[in-house]
Ligand binder design. Structure first.
Ligand code: PLP
Length: 465
């Protein structure tokens, strides 16, 4: 028998204008004559839908605002869906906001590569060159690995490693390391789709070298160690060091791959994350390959980096799937520029991701105060306070680490924090902030130069006076 449905007070949706009426009105508007009909229809729909959402959320809606909403929707469509937003969340590597912000040098390199560029040409001889040659050399220098290459992302790197070394064979992974990274990436699925069979060893909290040894048969193609990027197992735990696994792999003639995820090159780059494992340490332990992302703690574009032994990297390059997962020239240009910044030795300051992680509490407090003062002068009615809080690295990097920060916590009198945050997201430019304890928090740690003024502009157009 069906459950009785609870009666619920529904808002009166009849106050909303009809999309067709709004569209007809817009078509008669002389200022909109050049806008294609499809775009107008889309904007009219977006305007009415936005008003309906507000009604459903229990907010007041004035039918007369429909035309203004339609114009806003047209304007937003013209800006494009990937136009810049202000990241005020305090999450340095915000996956939903595109992870690592690129350095100006990387942005310039992308612009340079956007036209014809020597992607696969040796300009000296005019002959064909390898597209990963420079990135490979920089990665070798930076990590101490014998060889290196790059593909589309770390998921692709993992898939490729499994497929190259364990196609039709088994991949041995500890039960404590079967991670899921943000829904669409689950280690067991990647192994299966890579053409291998997963063999889980140990338990969730304890895995010993003996477990890997006992799992060995002639059918084992790969021992894989995975950094538990976005979670921590604490308490009664035991894991096998990469070094011990490498020694076992060598004895059994089974390749060893370390999926490191966040890819911090060296400890001194960001002292705040001193607990994160480093690429240099993993390479030093001697596995066949170390895999990591380009857009996490390296601070570059989306990419998957594979560094390690010469024969292993060569085997990766020979896999036909490598071509299907290769980097495009724009990402390659940004990656090369980012690696150069690392090579120049001051990446803790020049690579924005690392520079933001390295901001100290005193600087952040000063910046929060300056932002608060600008907001107080903005003419928008707000209650403001500069308050202590915590930022995070994000993207599964160092999940247990809280970085001390100072924020501007604001409320708009008479409005809930969720609604204020929504208005900021829909403003021009969009501002994404954190909502906590009934207030909207703006964290200067993740703001770029000029963002203070952008936040003031966004508030002014979210709350016109
Ligand atoms: C982030 C992460 C991945 C996925 O990397 P992408 O570059 O996002 O594809 C894989 N493994 C680990 C351990 C990670 O932390």
């Amino acid at each position: 028998m069906a459950k009785p449905v609870e009666p619920r007070a529904e808002p009166d949706l009849r106050v909303l204008p009809k999309v067709d009426d709004l569209l007809r009105e817009a078509q008669d508007d002389s200022e909109l004559v050049n806008v294609p009909r499809g775009a107008l229809r889309h904007a009219a729909r977006a305007a009415v839908e936005g008003m309906r959402a507000r009604l459903r959320a229990g907010l007041a809606v004035d039918p007369a605002e429909a035309r203004a909403r339609l114009r806003e929707a047209l304007e937003a469509a013209r800006r494009g869906s990937l136009a810049p937003v202000v990241n005020a969340t305090g999450v340095v590597l915000h996956t939903n906001l595109g992870r690592a912000p690129l350095a100006p040098e990387a942005v310039a390199a992308v612009a340079g590569a956007s036209q014809a560029c020597a992607l696969e040409m040796d300009l000296e001889s005019g002959e064909r060159g390898a597209r990963d040659a420079v990135v490979s050399r920089l990665l070798r220098d930076l990590t101490g690995a014998e060889d290196a290459t790059a593909v589309n992302n770390n998921a692709a790197a993992t898939l490729l490693a499994v497929n190259t070394f364990a196609l039709g064979k088994k991949v041995v992974v500890s039960r404590g390391e079967l991670v899921e990274i943000g829904g669409s990436y689950r280690m067991p699925d990647i192994v299966r789709r890579g053409g291998a069979k997963l063999v889980e060893v140990g338990t969730t909290n304890r895995t010993r070298l003996e477990d890997y040894r006992q799992a060995w048969t002639k059918r084992v193609g790969l021992y894989m160690k995975v950094h538990t990027s976005n979670f921590r197992i604490a308490g009664f735990t035991e894991e096998v060091s990469l070094k011990a696994l490498v020694a076992l792999g060598r004895k059994k003639k089974v390749p060893v791959v370390h999926d490191l995820g966040s890819g911090l090159l060296r400890k001194d780059l960001t002292p705040a994350l001193s607990g994160e494992p480093t690429v240099a340490a993993s390479v030093e332990a001697g596995p066949d390959l170390v895999l990591f992302s380009g857009d996490k703690l390296l601070g570059g574009p989306q990419a998957g980096l594979l560094v390690g032994r010469r024969a292993a990297v060569e085997a990766i390059r020979k896999n036909p799937m490598y071509r299907a997962m290769r980097l495009d020239k724009l990402a390659l240009a940004a990656l090369e520029a980012t690696l150069r910044l690392h090579a120049e030795g001051d990446a803790g300051r020049t690579v924005p991701t690392l520079a933001r992680l390295n901001l100290d509490a005193g600087t952040l407090r000063r910046r929060a105060r300056a932002l608060g003062a600008k907001l107080a002068r903005s003419g928008v009615r707000l209650e403001l306070e500069v308050a202590q809080s915590a930022s995070e690295a994000g993207s599964g990097s160092a999940p247990a680490v809280e970085l001390e920060t100072w924020c501007v916590a604001l409320t708009r009198p008479g409005e809930g924090a969720a609604e204020t945050a929504r208005r900021l997201r829909l403003a021009n430019p969009p501002v994404v902030a954190r909502v906590r304890s009934g207030r909207v928090w703006l964290d200067p740690r993740t703001l770029a130069a000029g963002d203070d003024a952008r936040i003031v502009a966004a508030l002014r157009n979210a709350y016109p006076t």
